[in-house]
Design a protein around this ligand. Structure first.
Ligand SMILES: Cc1cc2nc3c(=O)[nH]c(=O)nc-3n(C[C@H](O)[C@H](O)[C@H](O)COP(=O)(O)OP(=O)(O)OC[C@H]3O[C@@H](n4cnc5c(N)ncnc54)[C@H](O)[C@@H]3O)c2cc1C
Length: 493
């Protein structure tokens, strides 16, 4: 008889795992806290505008292809490549840099500051390429224990050892001299939720994935099409998603989990249970494990909080690209304070996505939908957000000055999510947007495992288990947890 699987959480991790398992003949059901699927990969429809609320692009598109092939479906959404990858503006100058994939075109923008930029950048990418290929197996494997992980690590070319002791920024600076280029190239570290000064240099492999191996991609119609597409496929497999069902408790039977219990006291059981809610938070709050009490969670290293702003404006901004970063002129000082000092939000750095630039259907005629992401301290460092409107106004003023167009009188729709909103919506610890950080002692064998320490029939998928956060990583995680479940199933038979 087909084994039944219950998945707690309909984020990308839960949805992708559900489809992989349903296609293998498991009988799958999902319970989700909120009224819609997608988790952080979500959308907001308001006042005639559509906004991506979290992810606005993805890398490593081949992981989605692997997922579709594994499920024997055509990928249920269309994506297209970004070139330039994004644009960057500094407050000190009116120049906007465009991150073209064609290296000579990219290099032309830095030639005055650093005549050797192209040579340095090519050798940086060459090193990133070797890092990527030599560490790929570490990212894409399951580990039964720490020893197995360390054994896999030991197989990585020892020539890469120095990058373990260097941060992202210093590694970039080793290859390129231009100050602007150093800041722009190390911005990727923020995508991992930390600063370039506290992100290990091993992650410079991401530069290879963005510039050479693959690229950055947008989804036609907005990022939420990814969720809608997978949900459609799940419907074809008769996978039911029960919304507004938050799991708060459990019932154990021997070394197995018998039921998850929702807020209304309803019991949900299955042969196998997959947790897509944050793997550390769920162990602490629902399973009440001593290793994951609130105090222990606070001692772990979490990624940044996010202040996100969704604006509908009644004019067009033809001069602004789809993806844009707006930086100040104090990068190192800013990075030193951004996750710890509440006052940093007075002069923030931020990212702006103009979804309607490439998806006209996401805003009424003659309008644009803008989405701002501003990295901020999480709730442990800035617990109060009663100043949020003042902060948002100052970001809007700064943005208006940068693009030389006062958008304040044009705003017809305005929504803001503080780290508190992110925490409440998705049970994210202290509003940390990307989950546990990817520091060396929190990745691979050190990250919360994708199988439970106590219950033999419980597994985890998502940003805070292996391999980590970001859409492609979560898709890899859905493959890894599926492999684990298949192995468990064979053993159990
Ligand atoms: C502002 C922001 C911007 C980002 N931008 C990008 C980007 O551009 N590109 C990129 O690749 N990544 C980006 N990310 C990261 C990406 O969104 C995440 O890594 C990914 O979506 C995480 O998916 P997940 O399945 O692990 O978790 P989630 O999306 O959090 O899904 C978990 C689900 O579980 C539900 N849940 C939680 N607790 C319970 C419970 N007790 N009972 C039932 N259900 C529960 C939640 O409601 C949620 O639906 C961004 C994240 C943020 C916050």
């Amino acid at each position: 008889m087909a084994k039944s699987v219950l998945i707690a959480g309909a984020g990308l991790g839960g949805l992708a795992t559900a489809l992989r398992l349903a296609k293998r003949g498991y009988k799958v059901e999902i319970v989700e806290k909120n009224g819609n699927a997608g988790g952080r990969l979500n959308q907001l429809k308001k006042d005639g505008f559509t906004f991506d609320t979290g992810p606005s692009f993805f890398s490593m598109s081949y992981e989605f292809t692997e997922f579709a092939n594994d499920c024997r479906i055509k990928l249920p959404f269309e994506y297209y490549e970004l070139d330039p990858l994004y644009s960057v503006n500094f407050s000190k100058s009116p120049v906007t840099y465009h991150l073209y994939k064609e290296i000579s075109k990219l290099a032309a923008q830095f030639r005055e500051q650093d005549p050797d930029f192209e040579t340095g950048f090519r050798s940086y990418l060459d090193k990133s390429k070797r890092l990527f290929h030599d560490t790929n197996v570490v990212i894409k494997s399951n580990y039964d224990n720490l020893f197995e992980y360390l054994l896999t690590l030991a197989k990585v070319n020892p020539l890469h050892l120095p990058v373990l002791f260097r941060n992202f920024y210093d590694h970039v600076a080793h290859y390129v001299k231009s100050d602007d280029a150093r800041q722009i190239l190390s911005l990727v570290a923020f995508f991992l939720g930390k600063t370039p000064f506290d992100t290990p240099a091993v992650y410079t492999l991401l530069s290879y994935t963005e510039f050479m191996h693959d690229g950055y991609f947008n989804v036609k119609g907005g990022m939420y099409r990814v969720v809608e597409g997978i949900v459609d496929e799940l419907e074809k497999e008769n996978v039911k998603i029960h919304y507004n069902t938050e799991i708060v408790d459990y019932v154990q039977e021997g070394d197995k989990l018998k039921y998850l219990v929702d807020k209304n006291g309803r019991k949900w059981g299955a042969d196998i249970i997959v947790v897509n809610s944050d793997a550390a938070v769920f162990r602490g709050r629902v399973f009440r494990r001593r290793e994951y009490t609130e105090e222990k969670l606070d001692k772990m290293d979490w990624t940044m909080g996010s202040l996100t702003i969704y604006l509908g404006i009644k004019c067009k901004l033809p001069e602004v690209s789809h993806h844009n970063y707006y930086l100040g002129d104090n990068y190192r000082e800013y990075a030193g304070k951004v996750f710890i000092s509440p006052e940093i939000v007075d002069k923030p750095y931020y990212y702006v996505n103009v979804l309607s630039r490439s998806n006209p259907g996401c805003a009424p005629e003659g309008c644009e939908s803008l989405f701002f992401v501003c990295p901020v301290p999480d709730l442990s460092k800035k617990p109060r957000w009663d100043d949020r409107d003042k902060i948002v106004d100052s970001i809007i003023d700064d943005y208006s000055a940068r693009i030389k167009k006062d958008i304040r009188p044009e705003i017809v729709s305005r929504t803001v999510y503080t780290p508190f909103d992110w925490q409440e919506q998705f049970n994210l610890h202290r509003g940390s947007g990307l989950g546990l950080s990817h520091k060396m002692m929190q990745i691979g064998g050190f990250r919360p495992k994708n199988f439970d320490e106590v219950f033999k029939n419980v597994f985890y998928v998502g940003a805070s288990t292996i391999p980590g956060g970001g859409l492609p990583m979560v898709v890899i995680g859905s493959r890894l947890v599926t492999e684990r479940i298949e192995k468990y199933n064979v053993k159990a038979e």
